[in-house]
Write a protein that binds this ligand. Structure first.
Ligand SMILES: Cc1cc2nc3c(=O)[nH]c(=O)nc-3n(C[C@H](O)[C@H](O)[C@H](O)COP(=O)(O)O)c2cc1C
Length: 184
């Protein structure tokens, strides 16, 4: 058994291991580590998120629900489908639910420079541009896993720090870093 979802501390992990899990799967805590490829300003959006800043929606053209920050730039964006460059999601007939939605909006708003597509998103391009800010249900706990610097931003930890925290933290405690002096 490999549990996943909302495992934010070593103590959370130990609880599952004691129930017989062979390991745990963790995602969200690593999205805000230094090594994660997300732009740093996006990592700060993850840290700042509160419970009501997170939603599960159905804008993925695949039909699967996705959980993301409501501030994700992809939501309601009407970017032109970029299938020449990516097109990973095109079916055998060259179709994608986003293209259908985009063409519908284009026809409904002829001549408009920037249309908005609310029900679907261009997963290929928006993912590549880091504009889909997917997260776990408990992403709002991230702010308690780091320290806030004097400029209001959160300190990024190394993946090794987070990993050791999972290995050695007890009783729900996190091994918080020393606050760095914020540089302009
Ligand atoms: C940014 C991000 C990327 C993810 N990528 C994968 C993936 O490639 N494969 C997978 O099986 N699950 C992936 N997941 C899903 C997580 O493994 C799964 O949601 C798990 O519940 C993580 O919970 P947590 O984010 O609360 O730790 C991803 C989740 C996030 C937030």
């Amino acid at each position: 058994m490999l549990p996943a979802g909302g495992i934010f501390t070593g103590s959370d992990a130990v609880r599952f291991m004691e129930m017989g899990a062979s390991g745990v799967q963790v995602a969200t805590r690593f999205t805000v580590t230094r090594e994660c490829g997300l732009p740093d300003d996006v990592k700060q959006e993850y840290f700042k998120a509160n419970e009501d800043d997170i939603e599960v929606n159905t804008i993925s053209p695949t039909g699967y629900p996705m959980r993301m920050l409501k501030s994700s730039p992809c939501i309601g964006d009407g970017i032109r489908p970029n299938c020449e460059a990516c097109g990973y999601l095109l079916d055998a007939n060259g179709k994608c639910a986003y293209i259908t939605a985009y063409n519908r909006e284009l026809a409904a708003h002829p001549g408009e420079k920037r249309i908005s597509v609310k029900d679907k998103t261009c997963l290929c391009t928006q993912m590549r541009n880091f504009d889909i800010w997917t997260c776990g249900q408990l992403a709002w706990r991230l702010k308690d896993t780091s320290v806030r610097r004097s400029d209001g931003s959160f300190q990024l930890l190394s993946a090794a720090h987070v990993f050791e925290d999972y290995q050695y933290s007890t009783e729900g405690q996190l091994r918080l870093p020393e606050a760095e002096v914020a540089t302009a």
